[in-house]
Design a protein around this ligand. Structure first.
Ligand code: ZN
Length: 72
């Protein structure tokens, strides 16, 4: 899932976004990517709640699809 948002990332954000877009991560296994993404999302939830709100409004469909995957 790719999201482009207009916000000012803090240093933690920058570190995690760099990690997420690094070749090891992009071509890495899915579990690692999921773990890193969740870490980033948790950080956003606690430090940039306005981002989460924007994301939820932006991608309701994708979110639903992800939830559905858990029941497969
Ligand atoms: Zn941040």
């Amino acid at each position: 899932m790719k999201i482009f948002l207009d916000f000012t990332p803090c240093n933690d954000c920058k570190t995690m976004m760099n990690q997420l877009s690094s070749p090891e991560m992009v071509f890495g296994d899915e579990k690692t990517r999921t773990d890193e993404s969740s870490k980033f999302l948790r950080h956003l939830t606690y430090n940039h709640p306005e981002i989460i709100q924007a994301v939820m409004q932006e991608v309701p469909k994708q979110k639903k699809q992800e939830e559905f995957d858990f029941f497969k």
